[in-house]
Ligand binder design. Sequence first.
Ligand SMILES: NC(=O)c1ccc[n+]([C@@H]2O[C@H](COP(=O)([O-])OP(=O)(O)OC[C@H]3O[C@@H](n4cnc5c(N)ncnc54)[C@H](OP(=O)(O)O)[C@@H]3O)[C@@H](O)[C@H]2O)c1
Length: 333
Amino acid sequence: MSSFKALRVQQGPAGRFSRLESVSLDDLTPGEVVIRVAYSCLNYKDALAVTGKGPIARGYPRTAGIDLAGVVEASSDRAYRPGDRVLATGANLGESLDGGLAERARLPAAALVPLPTGLSLFESMALGTAGFTAALALRRLLENHQVPERGPIAVTGPTGGVGGIALGLLKRAGFTTAAITGKPDSAPYLRELGADEVIARASLVTLGKPLETAVWGGAVDNLGGETLSYLTRTVRPWGNIACIGLAQSPVLNTTVMPLILRGVSLLGIHSVEVPRPWRLAVWEKLAGEWKPNGIERLIVRAVIGLEDVPGACEALIAGEARGRYVVRIGGDL
Ligand SMILES: NC(=O)c1ccc[n+]([C@@H]2O[C@H](COP(=O)([O-])OP(=O)(O)OC[C@H]3O[C@@H](n4cnc5c(N)ncnc54)[C@H](OP(=O)(O)O)[C@@H]3O)[C@@H](O)[C@H]2O)c1
């Protein structure tokens, strides 16, 4: 295949925009491994890139798509051979490297993970960066001594990819969970995912004091802003808050009081530049002991084609989506 389709983000005089283009391997950023892409998926970051609302790409034009799963077509790195099944999440795809929303990708071997036994190519993209990030958050919570006895874990943005998968992972790990959502009518869905309690975000009573009644054992936060600020004031002594996202706001107004008077920890979660042994270990967990239940039924909202990506990205930015979009490109190869 000399030319192939790719969703490219461009920088024009009126700003950033994306469109499907016909490109060749020579148009892509360098790498040792050429991959036939089977599936990609959409994360909030992809939505920012594709709609042009966020400066995700570092250099233009750039193929969008922070995740991909596929089959190696050619490799000059001895770690990979034609026919190997691989995945990549984060690892600078769609940022400094051309990404996964294309029929072909060319990537450095270091960006790839061999598809772990126990996951199909499709399942790996149903999870994608969202699943990887939720699992990384669980790993960091456990490493920092979060235990179920300390109380329920509040999960924000739970109808989204990261939050929804986090609910299931936490439940499986023995925690009680509370989904704090902007869509309280999604309560039956959230309970199926693993929520013990569903709370409308709009109903949270906050006094704005540095410390308020401590109700949460810990938290997984995808929103930032006022919601994260509320969580810092209401997590119990020695609880952890895994700080993942900024769907509400990148601003955090808080004080040191929760940290120095309750021993609360704010754990930074960063899914892009992850030490390789951690990355491999997290994917092994997701393929085995932590593999979420009902991936196709609960986590996947829709399987779409490359041409449907812009519309789906608008829904993600509007916060309307529930669950994850998988993008079928070559399909099971
Ligand atoms: N740190 C990392 O490495 C990393 C990795 C992955 C994702 N993230 C970030 O984590 C967040 C979640 O990612 P995702 O892929 O799960 O996104 P998503 O699927 O689009 O879900 C985001 C959820 O947040 C809520 N939400 C959306 N817009 C909102 C708004 N304006 N105000 C308040 N709530 C809003 C909605 O949930 P409810 O309606 O249920 O409240 C929505 O379903 C994003 O900010 C993303 O950039 C960070």
